[in-house]
Design a protein. Structure first.
Length: 144
């Protein structure tokens, strides 16, 4: 797993494009990945690529943030953030859980919007700094 992360990071660092395009791509990929898209993240990244100017390699790398291991964490954190903001409390009950789906859905939507935005802004600035430093140190190691 760490080998794949390292590979994606190197691929992103060496990809063609400005530091802004690479960082923006990673931020778009992270936003779509953290937002509950339920398996359509890569498809949405490809769709967004048609409308925005960003680096596709970094966007797909950024979309790998949410996976089987991190997805439940992001969903739970999104719900907690949303529930905190709209003062809702949901106690799971097997017999009546479906009656509160609107409340749970609203909490999840609000929380995931805020969490996705915060993470993608942080990732944008972090990746932009890393890529700028890398390209200044190793100007010849760029994949075209």
């Amino acid at each position: 797993m760490f080998r794949r992360i390292r590979y994606e990071l190197i691929k992103m660092l060496r990809s063609h494009g400005t530091s802004h395009e690479i960082a923006f791509g990673a931020a778009i990929g992270a936003f779509i990945s953290i937002f509950p898209t339920f398996g359509t993240g890569t498809l949405l990244v490809l769709l967004a690529y048609r409308f925005f100017n960003f680096n596709l390699v970094s966007a797909i790398s950024g979309s790998l943030i949410s996976n089987v291991f991190t997805g439940p964490f992001f969903m739970a954190l999104s719900y907690k953030i949303g529930a905190l903001l709209i003062n809702s409390s949901f106690e799971f009950n097997f017999k009546t859980w479906y009656k509160q789906l609107d409340q749970v859905g609203l909490s999840l939507l609000i929380g995931s919007t805020l969490l996705s935005t915060a993470c993608s802004v942080g990732i944008y600035f972090m990746v932009k700094k890393i890529v700028s430093n890398y390209k200044n140190r190793f100007p010849k190691k760029v994949i075209t």
